[in-house]
Design a protein around this ligand. Structure first.
Ligand code: GLY
Length: 347
């Protein structure tokens, strides 16, 4: 088992282990007095892992409730958020009770935002069941729901009491879902650890999940501890996302987040290589590793359509954007750009 301690405004541990789920109850009971607990999940995820979690929590003394949403970005909305708040109220949840988020990023973001705001804040625990959530969204305290106008528009920073990552839950992911997580894992290698990137080139992530997840969480921890509220260094985590969001938008969200981030990373590193910011060999290594994990490196959308789609990202405001640009594998910089200058990176 690996334990990564996060010392943000609230401190907590991320536990990473195969077969951890049956121990979540006893681990949680060490962090809080067992009271009411609601498991927020999708029915299909709960069908796989809910019974084990529920039993573990009950054995530790929690009284367990269930709240299901339909899954997908559409569930991360004000209406479902409101239903969850009213569910907590109807079952007389108080500030000494707790929410367990069992699932991927949608579940974690929705449950986290509900926890942050119900009675001005109750405890919540993240139990990521996707590789993407394990290495990214479950750690660092970003919670939010979407508006019809744009994603993640209503939310706040609110750290969980703990994150329990059981790698056994990754076994039921589809190839496409797993690949999505691989793109984010590769991102960490490019961002800050050349030796880790080399490890991903040599051995498939599936063969080294515990080490891979722990290293990604450590890298995210180092960034979050320095810039929890996303005003500077945390922007590094957006490597591949500025152009990636444009790709997702152009495809009408038909291209998955992971595939879009892969295309975004490849585009920005190719642009960096053309400008002499990084070596051409580094771009070639990135393209090769993305291909090794079945991820795309290009898309067919015209540059102008991609530019317009990138501009639709509500995070880009104030006439400037921050593009994360690799200087080498394991070393990236944040480059402030005028909006128009992004066009040059899209061809
Ligand atoms: N997912 C990016 C962040 O946590 O800042």
């Amino acid at each position: 088992m690996r334990r990564v301690h996060i010392a943000a405004s609230e401190s907590y541990d991320v536990l990473i282990d195969r077969g951890l789920l049956p121990r979540v109850g006893e681990e949680s009971a060490q962090l809080m007095k067992p009271g009411k607990a609601v498991i927020v999940s999708e029915e299909k995820i709960f069908a796989l892992y809910g019974a084990v979690l529920e039993q573990s929590l009950q054995q530790a003394g929690f009284t367990v409730f269930r709240f299901f949403h339909n899954g997908g970005e559409a569930s991360k909305c004000l209406a479902v958020y409101g239903e969850l708040q009213r569910f907590l109220c109807a079952h007389h949840f108080s500030r000494s009770d707790v929410i367990f988020a069992l699932g991927g990023g949608v579940t974690g973001d929705l449950a986290g935002f509900a926890a942050a705001t119900y009675q001005r804040g109750i405890a919540f625990v993240q139990i990521p069941t996707t590789l993407l959530a394990a290495v990214d969204s479950s750690v660092g305290g970003k919670t939010a729901v979407n508006l019809p106008e744009a994603k993640n528009q209503v939310g706040c920073f609110y750290q969980p009491k703990a994150v329990f990552c059981d790698m056994n839950t990754l076994q039921t992911l589809s190839e496409a879902e797993y690949r999505c997580g691989c793109a984010e894992v590769i991102k960490y290698g490019v961002l800050g650890d050349g030796a880790f990137f080399s490890m991903l080139e040599k051995t498939h992530i599936r063969q080294q999940e515990e080490n891979v997840i722990a290293r990604c969480v450590e890298m995210k921890r180092d960034i979050v501890q320095e810039d929890e509220f996303d005003t500077g260094k945390r922007r590094l985590l957006n490597l591949g996302h500025t152009i990636g969001h444009g790709v997702e938008q152009c495809s009408g969200y038909g291209i998955t987040h992971g595939d879009a981030v892969a295309i975004g990373m490849a585009a920005v590193m190719q642009g960096a290589a053309r400008r002499g910011i990084c070596a051409k060999e580094d771009y070639a290594r990135l393209a090769a590793v993305l291909q090794m994990y079945g991820l795309p490196t290009t898309c067919d959308y015209p540059a102008e359509a991609l530019f317009d789609a990138c501009m639709a990202d509500k995070k880009i405001g104030g006439g400037k954007l921050h593009l994360v640009v690799p200087r080498a594998i394991g070393d990236c910089a944040i480059l402030p750009l005028e909006l128009n200058e992004l066009r040059g990176w899209l061809t």
